[in-house]
Design a protein around this ligand. Sequence first.
Ligand SMILES: NC(=O)c1ccc[n+]([C@@H]2O[C@H](COP(=O)([O-])OP(=O)(O)OC[C@H]3O[C@@H](n4cnc5c(N)ncnc54)[C@H](OP(=O)(O)O)[C@@H]3O)[C@@H](O)[C@H]2O)c1
Length: 266
Amino acid sequence: MKEPLQGKTVLITGASSGIGAQVARDLAARGTLVLLVARRKDRLDTLKKEIEKTGGRAQVFVCDLEEPTARADLIRKILKQPTPVDILINNAGFGWYGYYADMPLETRNSLLRINVEAVLDLTSALLPGMRERASGHIINIGSIAGGLPNQGIAMYAASKAFLDAFSTSLYREMKGSGVCISVLRLGPVKTEFFEHARRLPNGGSVPAERFSISVQRASRGVLRLLRTRRRYSYMPAVTGVLPLLALLFGGVIDMLGPLLLKRKAD
Ligand SMILES: NC(=O)c1ccc[n+]([C@@H]2O[C@H](COP(=O)([O-])OP(=O)(O)OC[C@H]3O[C@@H](n4cnc5c(N)ncnc54)[C@H](OP(=O)(O)O)[C@@H]3O)[C@@H](O)[C@H]2O)c1
């Protein structure tokens, strides 16, 4: 039987490490051409070689998604490609842990540019073409934090809540058009994400890291959304109860939250 993803072109942001790199491997193995976007060229080149060694196809696009001009340049290059993008995976992003009052403005702005603005720019660039072709899928890599705002993750949770609301609206707008927009609400995943958050100015750590799942499992969440074309999915599935619990027991979380989300410096 023909693999349904065979021959599709997939653009993956944040493909140089963690979830994005694994999604690229898994999609290339299913016969897609993967367009790899991130800043670290060496990592992207290594991944491209790895994919090609196993018979897959990949192209590297080095881009700092924080920079509006670099994003515009990337979009120009992507739109000039001989094959249009069938699937966009907005995965690049980072978190910062600590109290908002301690968050450096530059880190806050950077988070908004990558976690939110870059998603908007790429969606604006690619969605109209998908609608015209009556075919396409955009998957936004969200987090359970998007439905579970908590002490210590104000900006990160807000950025993922934005993705959640944006994806839901677009899913409904595009219903019946042949284009699907989904959000993957991930729990903690074993990647460089937490180390990166710790290295940022004033950055702290969160205990949730110890409950992390593998990147392979996170990537299965993406594959599942591509197969089912559902509006959202939780990975691991059990975390789907958390927003409901937060709604029911918000008062308890108000009390326990500060204890659960202690900063490293505390
Ligand atoms: N790990 C978790 O626990 C977890 C949980 C829920 C959701 N998520 C989400 O999953 C996504 C991927 O994170 P990850 O866990 O795989 O972390 P990661 O290993 O740190 O990967 C982050 C990716 O984003 C890219 N990126 C960061 N800043 C960029 C910029 N300015 N321009 C271009 N690319 C940039 C990085 O590439 P370069 O540094 O090479 O540019 C890297 O490829 C993020 O959206 C994150 O919020 C993660």
